[in-house]
Design a protein around this ligand. Structure first.
Ligand SMILES: NC(=O)c1ccc[n+]([C@@H]2O[C@H](COP(=O)([O-])OP(=O)(O)OC[C@H]3O[C@@H](n4cnc5c(N)ncnc54)[C@H](OP(=O)(O)O)[C@@H]3O)[C@@H](O)[C@H]2O)c1
Length: 324
């Protein structure tokens, strides 16, 4: 049996229930993993509220780290006793243990703790595909990254610094801006005070940025387009402030032949070999010291509702982990 967080209706943090679940044995292509730490991500909020609908009842959580207890037929990259970490669908990571498909479960290097593993897989693999697999970004290019002091944000700041990319961050308080700067942002704008689009223009001598990475969504969408250079790339990858409203593609022409994409991590890691290679790159960034994981919030698994409240209230910085 394993304590598991489930929801049987969409709604606020009060819908979470902690239940005992039979874990069972892994089938072909599956592993059973006992979690030491589980990651908290904004996608968990979208799934809880129903912005990303799912069949209910359902367990939640997309990221965790722990020890492999058993492997099913055909699994060759992991064995019982291995340390491992993952970001993967379907949700179900908010649990003491689970059985799941092995393809996205990655051996965790000894130098990386379980908490770090749980804090970095979904956010770090996202950073990987944003910088390496979405649009060409070269040394010297300038990227605007919203919510730069958040979970993905602080990893992105460090990733950009390690590759010579100029990252202009935004964040909701001056303290958060200071944190983003400490982690490698070249500049950080408090976008809750003043005209942040004008500040981006000033910082780029009027030119605008090459790429925007925008997971704030509704509140920043227009301003993000206005921050781009002609031919610039808008990567809209989330909706922390609400989904981007429908818009006319003609806007992209009027604002300078802009490009736009709306990626999700799960497309990028769908293939086993690609996922394992991306994880190896990410682990390399961490073991080399280019990226350090900042875990600013820890909650016992049973306090998951409080963890969600704090995340939604914009009171977190860096990563948050739940400890089963
Ligand atoms: N598409 C993908 O593949 C993918 C994968 C991973 C994450 N994401 C997205 O990336 C974003 C960051 O994820 P995360 O888990 O690391 O979260 P996070 O950045 O730690 O938290 C979200 C942050 O968004 C900012 N925000 C702005 N407006 C907000 C509002 N109205 N309500 C709540 N927060 C608001 C807040 O920072 P400030 O106070 O500084 O504004 C908040 O701390 C999320 O939108 C997530 O969905 C997308």
């Amino acid at each position: 049996m394993a304590k598991t967080v489930v929801i049987d209706e969409h709604g606020g943090p009060e819908v979470f229930k902690l239940v005992d679940r039979e874990v069972g044995a892994p089938g072909p292509g599956e592993v059973r993993i006992r979690h030491e730490a589980c990651g908290l991500n904004f996608i968990d909020v979208y799934q809880r509220t129903g912005l990303y609908p799912m069949e209910l009842p359902h367990a939640l959580g997309m990221e965790a780290a722990g020890v492999i207890e058993a492997v099913g037929e055909g699994v060759t990259h992991l064995k019982a006793g291995d340390r491992a970490a993952y970001a993967a669908a379907p949700p179900g990571a908010y649990a003491e243990a689970r059985v799941m498909g092995a393809a996205q479960v990655c051996p965790l290097p000894d130098g990386i703790s379980f908490e770090e593993g749980a804090a970095m897989m979904l956010k770090g693999l996202t950073t990987h595909y944003l910088f390496r697999r979405t649009t060409p970004i070269s040394k010297g290019d300038t990227v605007l990254f919203h919510a730069a002091a958040g979970g993905v944000g602080l990893i992105a700041c460090q990733w950009a610094r390690s590759e010579g990319i100029t990252l202009i961050g935004t964040a909701g308080t001056d303290e958060k801006c200071a944190l983003a700067l400490e982690h490698g942002a070249a500049h950080c704008i408090n976008y809750r005070s003043g005209d942040w689009v004008a500040q981006v223009r000033d910082l780029t001598d009027g030119a605008g940025v090459d790429v925007v990475m925008d997971a704030v969504g509704a509140d920043t969408f227009e301003g993000s387009l206005d921050s781009l250079k002609p031919l610039g790339m808008m990567i809209s990858f989330g909706n922390a402030s609400g989904p981007v409203p429908p818009f006319s593609v003609g806007i992209l022409g009027q604002k300078g032949s802009l490009k736009i994409t709306r990626p999700t991590l799960f497309t990028h890691i769908a293939d086993h070999d690609t996922c394992q290679r991306m994880a190896a790159d990410l682990f390399g960034k961490v073991t080399s010291g280019d990226v350090t994981l900042r875990i600013d919030q820890r909650f016992p698994l049973e306090d998951v509702a409080e963890a969600h409240r704090v995340l939604e209230a914009r009171k977190t910085t860096g990563s948050t982990v739940l400890i089963p």
